[in-house]
Design a protein around this ligand. Structure first.
Ligand code: GLC
Length: 570
């Protein structure tokens, strides 16, 4: 092949001794739905351990677990009642020790989820606070306030919960007497903690140490941008057309910390630095923030050298599958994160988002927003188009330098369950908005390991599942795809293997301008040329060794079809 030289400036320089988290492919496990070891229809840790070999075969470096701690499960485990115990639903602390031991043998690191913004209302602290009454030190662990109005009948301010409805709930005391209100930015069973109380910060530092001592390699930190609220808890000044404060999970580029008094308050950085100090007491541990902060020149402040090691790049996730938009966001990511010495992360799906194989099955702009989900009455996606674009988008993403997060099931090309009946829904968003926003259950459906035979769902030996799968899932089962050329699973394996072989995570990256156009995007990374055709016309490719392709048909013709990505050896 004629040698193609990159003609754009280098945006990411090769790193010789990159720390593991800077380059890792991290696989997110949603414990309820990954694998069921005991047949009760709910995923569990012994189920995960029994399937670790498949993840090793996929080639991932680490697993991030959504929470498996003791919890009443009002928000699927993001409502923690004991941060040091595994919920019996998922097994025991010993099961986790066994899991970590096996994962370590396989070279897979374990990252767990820390939920510091709020606890469950069943946490000992909250129970004690309720019992101790107004003015007690116990109440100072949370955000209790007297109500406004003559008899305190109005909430202390106008904040709304992200899951819908008010962010305040009034306690009812003994004898039915209404008393103080408490703040919950999410469900009423998830009271927000008061981070200005020094005991709260100390407790969380000890929780970090507890799990680091057990051998976990890192934490993903939930709602990291919400832990500190603005002094005085002033009203939220932005209102939607109904005159209500707009609930949004994070700060958008148009919003300011001043106007949204519960996100991204400057005081949060002190706590990030304290978390970081704890991580630095150990070797090679990493902290990743779920900080919904946009744009990236604001988010980068979270990954300064003494703060988080990395943060999810949600602006990337939300970028359309389009040449110009992707070029901008990748450049911005490498420049902004690079300016503070951090690597970028890349992500397309997680347990809060409509799966990307489904998002891309809609025309641009018609995808419901995060947390809203898709219900049976909504326009339905084009499944084949969505899958094809998702494969191309993943192949584009996995060639980039930095670390990549993949969400369980995307390696099978799983679509969202878009026709889930209301009676199965568990997401509090569905209940708090009275079904107006159907919520996130559709991306949390149990995985199909084996193509369903008889009553089986390929998830549990008994055929049980806490959510039903859509009928199509048996076609996506892992055993149907394993070893089959052209399957999504084999594509992921190949991409991850080549990524490793060429050390793309730490590679030298530049755009390949002469191939790039309104419909084509091309870049070079450590001797691999990645080209994506966004269509509609096929693109003649330079001859050369094809390392990977998102569509198997490329092997036949040297053409890059619409919605296809290829990796070529330079
Ligand atoms: C984060 C989690 C989400 C959860 C919320 C409240 O956004 O990813 O699943 O509902 O925080 O903890």
């Amino acid at each position: 092949m004629s040698k193609i030289t990159a003609d754009s400036k280098i945006l990411h320089h090769a790193i010789a001794d990159a720390k593991w988290w800077r380059t890792a492919v991290i696989y997110q496990i949603y414990p309820r739905s990954f694998a069921d070891g005991n047949g009760d229809g709910m995923g569990d840790l012994i189920g995960v351990t029994s399937r670790l070999d498949s993840l090793a075969e996929l080639g991932i470096d680490a697993i991030w677990f959504s929470p498996f701690f003791k919890s009443p499960q009002k928000d699927a485990g993001y409502d923690v009642s004991d941060y040091r115990q595994i919920d019996p639903l998922f097994g025991t602390n010993d099961d986790l020790d066994a899991l970590i031991a096996r994962a370590t043998q396989l070279g897979i690191k374990i990252i767990v989820d820390l939920v510091p913004n709020h606890t469950s209302d069943q946490h000992e602290w909250f129970k004690a606070a309720v019992a101790a009454g107004p003015g007690s030190p116990e109440r100072e662990y949370y955000i209790f306030r007297d109500g406004k109005g003559k008899n305190g009948e109005l909430p202390p301010n106008n904040w709304n919960s992200i899951f819908g409805g008010p962010a305040w709930t009034r306690l009812i005391g003994p004898g039915g007497k209404p008393e103080q209100w408490y703040l919950h930015m999410f469900d009423s069973t998830q009271p927000d903690l008061e981070w200005n109380n020094p005991v709260v910060a100390e407790e969380f530092e000890n929780i970090l140490r507890f799990w680091f001592d057990k051998g976990v390699a890192g934490f993903r930190v939930d709602v990291a941008h919400g832990m500190v609220k603005r002094d005085g808890l002033p009203d939220h000044k932005e209102h939607d057309k109904d005159g209500k404060p707009t609930p949004h999970l994070g700060l958008t580029p148009e919003q300011s910390e001043e106007r949204v008094p519960y996100w991204v308050q400057p005081g949060v950085h002190e706590f990030i630095r304290r978390f970081r100090k704890v991580a630095d007491e150990y070797e090679d541990r990493a902290l990743c923030a779920e900080a919904s902060v946009s744009p990236l020149n604001r988010l980068k402040l979270w990954v300064r050298p003494d703060e988080y090691h990395q943060t999810f790049n949600f602006d990337y996730l939300e970028t359309k599958f389009e040449s110009a938009a992707l070029k901008n966001i990748v450049t911005e990511s490498l420049v902004e994160f690079g300016s503070v010495g951090a690597g970028s992360t890349w992500v397309l799906s997680n347990h809060d988002q409509v799966r990307h194989a489904t998002r891309y099955g809609y025309d641009h702009g018609k995808v419901p927003k995060q947390g809203d989900g898709i219900g049976p009455d909504y326009p339905q996606p084009d499944e084949a188009l969505g899958l094809r674009k998702a494969q191309a988008a993943t192949a584009f993403m996995l060639g980039l330098p930095g670390s990549a997060y993949i969400y369980q099931g995307e390696e099978l090309g799983l679509p969202e369950h878009t026709t889930l009946e209301s009676k199965y829904r568990e997401d509090p968003t569905f209940f708090r908005t009275k079904g107006e926003r159907v919520g996130r259950d559709g991306c949390r459906v149990p995985l199909p390991w084996e193509s369903a035979v008889n009553a089986s769902n390929g998830f549990s030996a008994t055929g049980l599942g806490w959510l039903p799968q859509p009928e199509s899932y048996h076609r996506y089962a892992r055993d149907v795809q394993r070893g089959v050329a052209g399957s999504t699973l084999e594509l992921y394996k190949r991409l991850i293997a080549v990524r490793k072989e060429f050390n793309l995570g730490a590679g030298e990256f530049s755009w390949h301008d002469s191939l790039t156009s309104e419909t084509v995007l091309a870049y070079s990374n450590n001797g691999v040329l990645v080209v994506t055709n966004f269509g509609p016309d096929p693109l003649a490719l330079p001859k050369g060794e094809i390392l990977a392709t998102s569509q198997h048909d490329l092997w036949v013709a040297d053409l890059l079809e619409a919605n296809q990505t290829v990796w070529l050896k330079q």
